[in-house]
Design a protein around this ligand. Sequence first.
Ligand code: UDP
Ligand code: MG
Length: 332
Amino acid sequence: MDIQEQEGKRSRPVISLVLPCFNEEEVLPETTRRLTALLDRLEADGEIDPASAIFYVDDGSRDGTWGLIAAYSRQNPRVCGIKLSRNRGHQNALLCGLMTAPGEVLISLDADLQDDLEAIPRMVQSYRAGSEIVFAVRSKRETDSPLKKFTAQAYYRMLAFLGVQVIYNHADFRLMSRRTLEVLRDYGETHLFLRGLVHQLGFKTDIVEFERMERFAGESKYPLSKMLSLAWQGVTSFTAYPLRLITGAGVLVSLASLAMAAWAFCLRLFTNEALPGWASTVIPMYFLGGVQLLSLGIIGEYLAKVYESSKNRPRFHVETVCGLPFGKAGVK
Ligand code: UDP
Ligand code: MG
């Protein structure tokens, strides 16, 4: 422990900013310019070590993203990058960056400048004051459409109801210390929902608020299908509660059908009324059919997860690297 640590403040760390990129050629020039200026400023202020870097993970882009990263890495000593052999999705690309980038502290953020860079100095300060993980949390959702606001809120509520613990309004803009990254390395799941996993690690955490901006240029690389898939991972990776709900629904429906049988029996015994035939036969039939199909579907989803995980396939393949020397991606 050095003198600064004894005084309660850690010495200035080597940091890497980790940015997954998928077809981001429109934003990369501006992103690189702003991030370089930010690191230069933090270095001049004595907050970070001069070896701090910008680490791009090209998630199998089909445009000129990798060409730009490689060119920047030749001109700008701060820039380095890793190229995946094909598009594996944001979460896998991010994990690759977190397991490969150098530095004592890694800060993950999106490449499109939606995450406010001014939150980064505060995150570093929090680390230096002793935090191991710092979550950047959106203070407002003004740049979101009303539909996105509503669905995001409904989703966080549902996660809370199902007992999944995540930080409200936190995506993947966060600081992690080397120590917590080593712990994260041990999690071998195939389907990633990093914001949930990181929250489970424990350690001393902190929250920093920021306002999310509009995307600097280009289109979102997270279409509805990818977003729904991530949302579903968030549920099925952290709770088996939906399976329990099915059991509960099964019990309820069975009790209801018993009650209906009793009712029909009583009608037959004590009255002369004819049974209302069609409705009482057809409606429960369709209802039960629906419940059964839904139940099978949910069970199938969990089974598919077990199946995928049992294959134990690598999450990504690294095609090439550029910039600072670094080792092979240390996770499957
Ligand atoms: N991204 C990625 N792989 C993908 C999709 C997205 O690496 O398959 C990256 C993308 O380049 C960006 C970040 O993930 O840096 C967040 O994506 P985007 O900004 O398009 O999502 P949104 O902000 O619209 O939810
Ligand atoms: Mg974005």
